[in-house]
Ligand binder design. Sequence first.
Ligand code: ATP
Ligand code: MG
Length: 609
Amino acid sequence: MPDTLRPIRALPDLLVSQIAAGEVVERPASVVKELLENALDAGARRIEVRLEDGGMRRIAISDDGCGIPPDELPLALQRHATSKIASLAELEQVATLGFRGEALASIASVARVQITSRTAQAPHAHRIDTFEDGIAPAAGAPGTTVEVLELYSATPARRKFLKSAATETAHCADALRRVALAHPGVAFALWVEGRQTLSWPAGTWMARALEGLGDDFREAHRVVDAQAGPLQLLGLLGLPTASRGRPDRQFVHVNGRFVRDRLLTHAARQAYSELLHGDRHPAYALFLAIDPGLVDVNVHPAKTELRFRDPQAVHRALQQVMSEALRAGAAEHPSLQPARPWTAPMRPAAPGATQSALALAFGAPPGTAPAGWRTATGLPGGLASAAEPVPGAGGAGGADAAVGEAASPAGDAAGSPPLGFALAQLHGVYILAQNAHGLVLIDMHAAHERVVFERLKRELDQGPPAVQSLLIPATFRADPLEVRLVEEDAATLAALGLDLSVLSPGTLAVRGVPAALADADPASLARSVLSELREVGSSRALTEQRNETLATMACHAAVRANRRLTLQEMNALLREMESTAGADQCNHGRPTWVQVGMAELDGWFLRGR
Ligand SMILES: Nc1ncnc2c1ncn2[C@@H]1O[C@H](COP(=O)(O)OP(=O)(O)OP(=O)(O)O)[C@@H](O)[C@H]1O
Ligand SMILES: [Mg+2]
């Protein structure tokens, strides 16, 4: 500690701006976002973006908006100078994208900025240049062009954090996509190093969303158009066939502003939970309109976070509207029917149909019966006499059930553990087991996922998980963002038990995985953790979002459908389920197993009536 502190003094303006810039202008894409928002606030109908060297050398954004009067040009660059709000009352009702009067000042503190602008009345344009004095007449159509040159050249420490031009260009294009999705009535065009790479004409929100969401989306989506309480909701919801391995096509806009809001994403995830498997991410574009007085956007410097006055109501409304839209679609699309409730199992129409229904249910051709199925004595068709187990995958007749002896014959099942002993595997999806009450059906993947998830959670509670080093590292091709995450978030990855390293600019190697996930495919496990980190940020991946992160990981280690398990493996899973708290539900809240009692089975066969 120094003997005496230096006297307190106000920071110089430039330093204040540079500190603020750290938050507002994180990278070229943030400049693009701010300039696009300014153009939209100015009422532009057409906006052109030009990037050179990933935006690090030059970002130029031209609009045909209202322009800035020449005498106000210096003010535009001044901190806390804005034309958009003048009072607290206006702040609370803010409807423009900008309002802090901070963006241009922040950008100007870390780059050279030139603004050329002309209002509708002015005979010609004027230009201001932060590297020159005064305002000079200039050529130009009505509207504004803002050029940002040599970003961060004066703050080299920050420049070091930037990645390759290609990566930064990709981020800029993402920023443009997000803004453009919310403003379909405005035409957008993008040039990268002088070459036009995107041109979206003005059109309907739906046309724009279809352009922004990609081709598989075109054929597979539902439209939402609903009013729920104070919330007006428009959107396109991708169906499962348009789902993705990464959550990179989820666009949520509130009052024309792209937001990353946990509450809204959570509501969406819940709405999809019935339809989508845990490792798939839906694609959707949502446009919420809400009275600006009911939402506070002044929470985060980049304005991507919100605070709703009544978050529960918004969550409820969004989830309900989305679920309904997705379910309504399901009625027309049989492949999307929700699972038949287990309390109403399929019954044969008539006693005579029993045999074929049975054969169907077990995937066995008529005339063969799984060994261990001992209750069907006396039925015609050789069911009782077939002593041979149905062959496995390679077997004739398309039999698809791995079948073996029940560990405990039907007669003495009374002393069996709660979930009983495995009998067989059905279509690579369910385990059939026999317990004291009758038949138990287990959703193999969901149950295993849950067990692994709980195991991971327990381990992490006690520190970094045990790491299983891979004898041969698994390598995979990675995009620049993934490489960057590995370079910058090594600590987070280590805390999750992942040992990753950069092999080359486009290749990553997995050298170790959490021991609890030793069975997972290392590359796809690593990929999905990286995509989770990218989505939620590494600090949240270990805190608020930890369970989501672990669920993603567990999903990779869980046995996949169609993997043939031995009876021993199946029984091991049942025992583990019994000793895992919360194993009755999968990570998405669905049951992992159901009991079909003997009485119910008897009922199907009209026995004992
Ligand atoms: N493209 C543009 N067309 C017309 N006026 C503009 C344009 N860009 C900036 N301005 C003017 O410059 C002012 C300052 O812009 P700046 O982006 O720094 O702040 P802001 O948009 O008011 O608030 P925020 O910091 O939240 O973005 C704006 O209030 C607006 O009057
Ligand atoms: Mg602004």
